[in-house]
Design a protein around this ligand. Sequence first.
Ligand code: CO
Length: 134
Amino acid sequence: MIGRLNHVAIAVPDVEAAAVTYRDTLGARVGAPIALPEHGVTVVFVDTGNTKVELMQPLGQASPIAAFLDKNPSGGMHHVCYEVDDIIAARDRLKAAGARVLGDGNPKTGAHGKPVLFLHPKDFFGTLVELEQV
Ligand code: CO
């Protein structure tokens, strides 16, 4: 059901500083910071060729990653995102298997303008999983 790894998201306290580390220390190709107020984050995309890393800093008062950074003040891996062909079919299969879909269970438009869902980390070995229809 799941396809390729679309991205790994890493929550960071300072996305510009994180981008410099990725660019200068790791020698990665990094983009410019992009504010996504509707998602409560500012992101920098790191192109690793086979996938992407998304460095995310909280934006605004109700950022969905604020609590995560409170618990992990120096940053940490926040979620992995797998591609699916049909997000409704994927959701229904997961629910039938007993997996918990976060929120109201309906796909939302994600940071790339495509439908996404999040799955409860306790059902997937402590890792928050995002599914994105591509
Ligand atoms: Co994501």
